[in-house]
Design a binder for this molecule. Structure first.
Ligand code: UD1
Ligand code: CA
Length: 449
């Protein structure tokens, strides 16, 4: 457990060159949330409410989004050790423990943080190690017994050192006062010409201080340096969210094809069919059936609703209990009230569909005139005929009916039937004559060619 004085430094200033992106690396998203926010959420869950986040100059205008955390700008990116030095100059932790985490290591869990903090109790530094299948470019922990003697970066390691499979996750906790001294003493006489944080272990040993380590799971500690790492981390994050949803009472028929967001919430007894994407801000009630092949973002689905297959809920879609949204239906900024049904091939945007109303196949709310968005209101129990176009702003009263193909340009009062199509003419016995004429046209064309 952290002591009340434990503070944290989050390193988020790196260029992220290997991402090949205009977006700073730590702002790339995992399950819809920027990497750095995953790290801050992990710290908060471990009881560390306030951190100092080290940012690069291109994020200098984004410091407000990090409140209540402190931020410090590392104007020159001279390495992880330099970044910690800049943070400590701003933070001055005194003798209390300082936990350093890298913002490109977003999958770290509370238990692992707590294990490391416990291990630190009788040492000056505790380092979190792990054993990835391919140690590759990770720094190596050089140990003696249960102590760490030094950390060597892969680029600077000897062949013998590269064989070591115990790697540095980048997470460490150290006595604040001492850490401040060591980061000031760092040199950049290495392959990259950077001030490596990892070198503080060797400095601590020179001072006769003790460095210990714990080992964490690979799945928590992969660092994200490029898009392939990001995809690997996304898979791990998705598996966690899927497992949590199932543990909470959600049936995922094919978990691997359902994509969740960090903030997706479910009630119990929800069924989700395959190939469904939950974007940010989706809340699902209980006893809901989602029939697969759906896409949702910023939407609310009430208890016992039935959605899909192939439904799209866009921002502001609010489905009340027992409502039904069927195939090839798009709902945007619309409130579908209790028991209402929009089951086939429809677009409902900027609208209210009253309780128990039925919206027929092919109905479109014409909500946008190229300049303004306008509202459509459909009353309780109304019945909207197939292929109705509702030219907003317009309302259809309670219990009203629109005929198939109606273009509703003016309000329909309650309990009224609206029809707008031209009257149908039936030409009796004309079908055979029509077919004979068309056949003759076709034959004369064939002769000419
Ligand atoms: C680092 C470690 C390596 C470890 C690996 C774990 C060092 C020298 N190496 O290597 O031992 O195995 O992480 O993932 O620490 N950053 C700054 N300012 C800087 C440089 C980096 O804030 O000047 C931040 C980056 O935004 C990133 C983190 O520090 O979040 C780590 O930097 P990165 O360049 O990714 O280090 P690695 O090469 O991965
Ligand atoms: Ca990294």
């Amino acid at each position: 457990m952290p002591t009340p004085q434990t503070t944290a430094i989050v390193l988020a200033a790196g260029m992220g060159t290997r991402m090949r992106s205009d977006t700073p690396k730590v702002m790339h998203r995992l399950a819809g949330l920027p990497l750095v926010d995953h790290v801050l959420a992990g710290l908060a869950a471990a009881g560390i409410k306030k951190a100092t986040v080290v940012l690069g100059p291109e994020m200098a205008d984004q410091t407000a989004r990090f409140a209540p955390h402190d931020t410090v700008i590392q104007t020159e990116r001279l390495g992880t050790g330099h970044a910690v030095k800049v943070a400590l100059e701003a933070q001055n932790p005194g003798e209390s423990d300082v936990l350093v985490v890298y913002a490109d290591t977003p999958l770290l869990t509370t238990d692992t943080i707590n294990d490391l903090l416990n291990e630190k109790q009788n040492a000056a530094i505790a380092v979190l190690g792990f054993r990835p299948e391919e140690p590759g470019a990770y720094g190596r922990l050089l140990t003696e017994g249960d102590h760490v003697e030094s950390i060597v970066e892969a680029a600077d390691a000897t062949p013998d050192e590269l064989v070591v499979d115990l790697c540095n996750s980048g997470v460490l906790v150290a006595n604040g006062q001492k850490l401040g001294g060591w980061v000031k003493a760092l040199k950049n006489d290495n392959t990259k010409g950077e001030y490596y944080l990892t070198h503080v272990v060797a400095l601590a040993r020179q001072d006769g201080d003790t460095c210990v380590y714990t080992e964490g799971e690979v799945d928590e500690l992969i660092g994200i340096n490029n898009r392939a790492d990001l995809a690997a981390a996304e898979e791990i994050a998705q598996n966690r969210y899927r497992a949590a949803a199932m543990a909470g009472g959600v049936t995922l028929q094919d978990p691997t094809s359902v994509f969740l967001c960090h903030d997706t919430t479910f009630g119990t007894d929800v069924e989700v069919g395959p190939f469904t994407v939950f974007g940010p801000g989706v809340t699902v009630g209980s006893h809901v059936t989602i029939k697969g092949f759906c896409h949702f973002e910023n939407a609310t689905i009430g208890d016992r609703a039935v959605v899909g297959p192939y439904a799209r809920l866009r921002p502001g879609a609010e489905l009340d209990e027992n409502s039904h949204i069927g195939n090839f239906v798009e709902i945007k900024n619309a409130h579908i009230e209790s028991g209402a049904k929009v089951n086939h091939l429809a677009y409902v945007g900027d609208a209210r569909v009253g309780p128990g109303a039925n919206v027929g196949a092919g109905t479109i709310t014409a909500n946008y005139d190229g300049f303004n968005k306008s509202h459509t209101d459909i009353g309780a129990g109304a019945s909207i005929g197939s292929n109705t176009v509702l030219v907003a702003p317009v309302s259809v009263g309670d219990g009203a009916i629109t005929g198939a193909g109606t273009v509703v340009r003016k309000d329909v009062p309650a309990n009224t039937i609206a029809v707008s199509q031209a009257a149908q003419k039936n030409r009796e016995d004309m079908a055979d004559a029509y077919r004979a004429r068309q056949k003759a046209v076709k034959e004369s064309k064939a002769k000419d060619s």
